[in-house]
Design a protein around this ligand. Sequence first.
Ligand code: KIV
Length: 271
Amino acid sequence: MSSNETRRPMTVPGLAEARAEGRKLSMLTAYDAGFARAFDAAGVELVLVGDSLGMVVQGRGSTLPVTVDDMAYHTACVARGLEYALLVSDLPFQADATPERALDASTRLLQAGAQMVKLEGAGPKLDVIRFLVEREIPVCAHLGLTPQSVLRFGGFKVQGREQPAADRLRAEALAVAEAGAALIVLEGVPAALATAITAGSPVPTIGIGAGPGCDGQVLVMHDMLGLDAGRRPPKFVKDFLAEGGSVAGAARAYVAAVRDGSFPGPAHSYA
Ligand code: KIV
């Protein structure tokens, strides 16, 4: 998009249109109005209020302590900063344990300004997805390295490397789309698997640590800005501040790299 004069707000149907036209979707997390405004102006199509806020904003070791109150507060802050980007908000740990709980939590997030909710997993979540979609709540499914499964996984580990796990992930992607999810985030999966899932998926995929073959990419804003708190960043992370020179410049560089397919490259992908 060359200028904001010709830019239209992203919508849920617009995600499938972008995919059909071969336009890669860029997504960043944000947790407040200021960064949301900067990312929106830089041209990101989607902003995610991730429950990663538990780690990058609240300083906790996982996303598990994040509450619906936390998500609603940050969603309302981010919504005030957006004009064009579609606002996706995470259902935090166990807020989607039953369809009814998920409906209550999603209603709060949509009333705070979200336009789509994201939830992790398939299996029992398929009924939750169906229940929400039938009640006019757009859903993004999140598969692969689902951070709310960190205790079962024994850490933040790449998923789908063995054939049975890869087959399961492919089946899950089809199942969440069949249940009504309009978007799928694939996190921490081998690039070839993410490419295959994307090719077979009826809905767009957004990758993070999933290689270049997805329909779009997402990064946690702190990772995109090189805020690694002294820790070695994961392989899929790229510091765009180094080349962008400012927060706005970094976001523009990220959007451009996602659109032209130069990010993520092989150095940012798992085999
Ligand atoms: O919570 C989050 O920020 C996320 C992204 C990592 C996709 O779910």
